[in-house]
Design a binder for this molecule. Structure first.
Ligand SMILES: [Zn+2]
Length: 69
């Protein structure tokens, strides 16, 4: 992840890099992939929330960490 970051940033113009950083921040704010380990429910949230089943045993992964864009 860290190596990919430095490689791609060196290939971007400052304007593109700025835009890209905004997208990363936006993704971090609004696109947290949540997975409940108890009922196996999956959803997208803007915060680290507990599951609708009441479980707090929830996995939180920012969506931008996934390779697809
Ligand atoms: Zn659940």
């Amino acid at each position: 992840m860290t190596e990919d970051f430095s490689q791609s940033s060196s290939q971007l113009s400052s304007e593109e890099l700025y835009d890209w950083q905004l997208r990363i921040e936006e993704a971090n704010r609004c696109n947290i992939w949540c997975h409940c380990r108890d009922c196996d429910r999956e959803w997208i949230a803007s915060a680290n929330v507990s599951c609708q089943c009441g479980s707090r045993n929830v996995e939180h992964i920012p969506c931008w960490q996934f390779p697809d864009d």
